[in-house]
Design a protein around this ligand. Structure first.
Ligand SMILES: [Fe+2]
Ligand SMILES: [Fe+2]
Length: 338
């Protein structure tokens, strides 16, 4: 099917039914399986079991938890309302549209899940204050508007993909630090369970969009590649400078700022890795606070993302991704051998 005709709404030939038995890009099918296997809903996690831990937190720490989740709500709202719709306009296969449909719905689940947490832990007055804050806070709005603007720039499909990966794999992590920190201390474990489910999804989203970016990027000429690379690193640094201010605003009150900055630089490098690029910062997994790494690694087992290609999916058999899952070259090699 000519995707251009479909995407522009100007059909010249016939409309074509999606055939999952004839897939142009095996990564589409593997990602669909992975994402549907790990489907979840916020309402199935017993957040109220965390009320005892919550009541033991002082005001500064309760403020932090509420507001990092306010920030995350805004970013997941952006992904669900604008992000996937923007990427849909640049798809190359029908199966890619199906995968983006799945991602779009899950972004709505993510955005909603913070409200489930708020309704359990916070008073209605606190909830209103958190949303007023998310809708007006300067640094949070800065990053959201930068990504939003690129999502609506149809002349730059690859910049849209870069923006999406930076959001998925980098910008979320100043917020994710807090629940992971508590999980590493065995506190707020049900709240953290929701966040881990979100992180598991974001890992696949960032990897998949990053892979689609690389396919298109590799078709560019040398000069275009260099130009885009320069833009990408500048944009990442621009986002990082804003993220530094956002992190100070959130974390200075509890004294965790330096630990969070290390964590976000580590994740900025991961975002570049998803895009097939070299790291920008010297920070590695060894530099990240071990309590947070401990939070990330609970229920994480060694896993090869696409090892189940062609096996048919097994419901409920899902694992969190690890660093090896980001080695996109090795997936391609594997598929070549099939
Ligand atoms: Fe999300
Ligand atoms: Fe996502």
């Amino acid at each position: 099917m000519n995707m251009n005709e479909v995407l522009t709404g100007k059909l010249k030939g016939n409309y074509k039914a999606i055939n999952w038995n004839q897939v142009d890009d095996e990564i589409d099918k593997a990602t669909w399986h992975k994402l549907t296997e790990q489907f979840w809903l916020d309402t199935r996690v017993p957040v109220s079991n965390d009320l005892k831990d919550w009541r033991e937190l002082d005001d500064d720490h309760q403020w932090l938890v509420g507001h990092v989740f306010g920030g995350l709500t805004l970013l997941d709202t952006l992904q669900s309302q604008d992000g996937m719709a923007a990427l849909r306009n640049d798809t190359t296969t029908q199966h890619e549209i199906a995968v983006l449909n799945n991602i779009q719905f899950m972004e709505s689940v993510h955005a909603k899940s913070y409200s489930t947490i708020f309704s359990t832990l916070n008073t209605p007055t606190e909830i209103n204050e958190i949303f007023d804050w998310s809708d007006t806070e300067e640094y949070l709005q800065n990053k959201t508007k930068k990504i939003y603007t690129l999502y609506h720039d149809d002349g730059n499909p690859l910049k849209k993909k870069i923006s999406s990966v930076f959001l998925e794999t980098f910008l979320f992590y100043s917020g994710f630090f807090t629940p992971l920190w508590y999980l590493g201390h065995n506190k707020l474990t049900n709240v953290a369970e929701i966040i881990k489910l979100i992180i598991r999804d974001e890992s696949v989203h960032g990897t998949y969009i990053g892979y689609k970016f690389q396919v298109a990027f590799n078709q560019l000429g040398e000069n275009e590649q260099k130009e885009l690379k320069d833009w990408m690193y500048n944009f990442l640094y621009d986002l990082y400078e804003n993220e530094e201010k956002y992190t100070h605003l959130l974390y200075d009150g509890v004294g965790w700022t330096d630990k969070v900055l290390t964590f976000i630089r580590y994740n900025a490098n991961k975002a570049l890795m998803n895009l097939g690029q070299e790291p920008m910062f010297p920070d590695t997994a060894e530099d990240v606070n071990p309590v947070v790494m401990n939070g990330i690694s609970t229920s994480t087992v060694n896993h090869d993302f696409f090892s189940e290609v062609g096996n048919g999916y097994r419901l409920g058999n899902v694992e969190t991704m690890n660093d090896d899952d980001y080695k996109i070259g090795s997936w391609e090699d594997k598929h070549k051998n099939k």
